[in-house]
Design a protein around this ligand. Structure first.
Ligand SMILES: Cc1cc2nc3c(=O)[nH]c(=O)nc-3n(C[C@H](O)[C@H](O)[C@H](O)COP(=O)(O)OP(=O)(O)OC[C@H]3O[C@@H](n4cnc5c(N)ncnc54)[C@H](O)[C@@H]3O)c2cc1C
Ligand code: SF4
Length: 505
């Protein structure tokens, strides 16, 4: 069930312009696209999936090699503003799930309450969502991270939290047989991570769906009354045309609004390409006497949510040695020491629920870019998270800690250093952040005055065109989003099939 190579058509190898037809065409094979495709195919519909990237089965590449092959633009996608924030994305079969950490969270209830009240997405009743989450979790084999194969920064942080009288928890992950090789974000080396190519996609293909890879959709065809007729994709030197009365766009938060705008869809809707939130993330690194070897074991396995009320969530994060020295704001002696002693470095990460919102712009000669700057509230939250982790590590015996800040004041040897940092003004542009969870650029809402698509994810005034990815998520979640996106995809499948989906088989 894990191998799907035989069910995939390489569109780059098509000898001529090709036409195909189906009931539902799905653009993108990530968290949204793969899930809705599988559910619809099992529901008896003829489904075609079109994916821009290629298929990269289990491999043993180094991290930087995998990034070159599986990440969009070799991993250098970013928002522009204060600061500039890298937002990496997958461009491969399975989308970003193929290169993600595997952490699974249900949508927090207070977020669902907000979507029901503020955005008019009324059919998100707690019981219904619980059933959808349970179905997704069964398909993905969601389980608590195994202590035996956690990386040391995760177990160490757990021990330090315990010692401080605080309660952390093992994260829940979509894995089965995880070997703790530490390469989740570069494609899993064992197939233990149940990303889309090892969970939903094989089932979709078994149920009769077909997947064209290496085909980039450029046109959404529409006819009378703006109703959808199908799509066109660039496939090598040729063109792939698919006739379908329903098209589901699942290109991801940063790509879906671009495809809509290029096609003149939702023209004039003030929400298209706006309201981008990203969960800005950063880390603190503790240097310890003991050997940490952070790259060995599950990178993201443990969490602490004690500051969740302030929009801060702590989660493990590690980097393999070939990337470790590239992702830190140090120079000279500090950088040399950091790299030389990398085996003794224990990083731990955090993300914040952002209050900032970004927006898409089309620039002459540069195409679409997203502009996004942190608000003072976001900066305060990031500073609070840095101080919390730095104090936790130093109290727990760290020789020193490193904050990802572009300033001389970014290495703390004792609590007094942290207190000094805490008292100093932190400028947004000095923060070295990354973001992994873009959301909201085509948000769903009860009316076009609030969103781009309706509560069932159909684009207003475009019959047959549905959106199914992070772009429809109306607000930040405060937790990792893949399970939310998958639950909404399952909900969309129920809507299109006109029936309730029971427990997974
Ligand atoms: C390094 C990293 C780690 C992460 N870790 C976690 C985690 O542990 N837990 C979690 O919940 N979330 C995590 N995320 C985020 C999560 O993976 C994403 O939120 C989720 O995959 C988004 O799903 P999506 O359907 O919106 O888009 P994607 O999964 O990105 O899928 C979109 C797909 O559409 C394709 N596409 C785009 N345009 C076109 C086009 N024109 N034609 C054809 N195909 C197209 C893309 O190539 C891509 O394959 C992580 C993200 C990153 C980058
Ligand atoms: S730690 Fe290794 S085996 Fe486990 S899910 Fe990540 S990549 Fe796969």
């Amino acid at each position: 069930m894990n191998r799907i190579d035989t069910g995939i058509i390489d569109a780059a190898g098509l000898a001529r312009d090709t036409a195909d037809a189906c009931d539902v065409a799905v653009i993108g094979s990530g968290a949204g696209g793969a899930v809705v495709a599988k559910e619809l195919a099992e529901g008896g519909l003829r489904v075609l999936i079109v994916e821009e990237g290629g298929y990269h089965p289990v491999h043993r590449d180094l991290a930087h090699e995998a990034i070159g092959r599986m990440y969009r633009d070799a991993g250098i996608t970013a928002t522009l503003g204060h600061p500039m924030i890298p937002v990496p994305m997958g461009r491969c079969v399975g989308g970003t799930t193929t290169i993600n950490s595997g952490t699974c969270f249900r949508t927090p209830e207070h977020v669902l309450v907000r979507w029901r009240g503020e955005f008019g997405v009324t059919d998100l009743a707690t019981e219904r969502m619980a059933r959808l989450f349970a179905r997704v979790e069964q398909e993905l084999h969601v389980e608590p991270a195994d202590l035996a194969v956690m990386s040391r920064p995760n177990t160490l942080t757990g021990e330090l939290l315990d010692r401080a009288g605080l309660r952390g928890a093992a994260l829940r992950r979509n894995t089965h047989g995880c070997e703790g090789c530490g390469m989740c974000c570069y494609g899993c080396t064992s197939g233990g991570k149940k990303a889309m190519p090892a969970s939903y996609l094989p089932k979709a293909l078994k149920a009769g769906a077909r997947l064209y890879m290496n085909a980039r959709v450029i046109r959404i065809r529409r006819g009378c009354g703006n109703a959808v007729l199908g799509l066109e994709a660039a496939a090598g030197a040729n063109r792939l045309t698919i006739h379908a009365p329903i098209v589901i766009v699942a290109c991801g938060t940063m790509l879906t609004p671009c495809l809509l705008r290029d096609n003149g869809i939702a023209r004039g809707n003030p929400h298209l390409g706006r309201h981008l939130t990203i969960h800005p993330a950063s880390k603190v690194v503790g240097e310890f006497d003991e050997r940490i070897d952070s790259w060995s074991g599950i990178p993201q396995a443990y969490s602490y949510d004690g500051l969740h009320d302030d929009g801060i969530m702590f989660e493990g994060i590690t980097m393999p040695p070939d990337l470790g020295g590239a992702a830190v704001p140090f120079t000279g002696e500090h950088l040399a020491h950091y790299i030389k002693n990398y085996a003794h470095m224990a990083p731990f990460g955090f993300l914040i629920s952002d209050t900032a919102e970004g927006r898409m712009r089309r620039l002459p000669f540069a195409g679409y870019r997203f502009f996004y700057s942190l608000t003072p509230t976001d900066v305060r939250r990031i500073k609070r998270a840095i101080c919390f982790l730095a104090r936790l590590f130093l109290d727990g015996g760290a020789i020193r800690t490193y904050a990802m800040i572009n300033s001389r004041n970014n290495v703390f040897s004792d609590r007094a250093d942290v207190d000094r940092f805490d008292r100093t003004e932190l400028r947004a542009k000095d923060i070295e952040a990354m973001a992994f969870h873009p959301l909201g650029t085509c948000r769903m809402a009860g009316t076009p005055s609030r969103g781009v698509c309706d509560a069932h994810q159909q684009v207003f005034d475009t019959p047959g065109l549905y959106l199914c990815d992070g772009s429809v998520v109306p607000t930040p979640l405060g937790v990792n989003p893949q399970e939310t996106i998958m639950a909404l995809a399952t909900r969309l499948a129920e809507h299109l099939l006109g029936k309730t989906l029971g427990p997974a088989e």
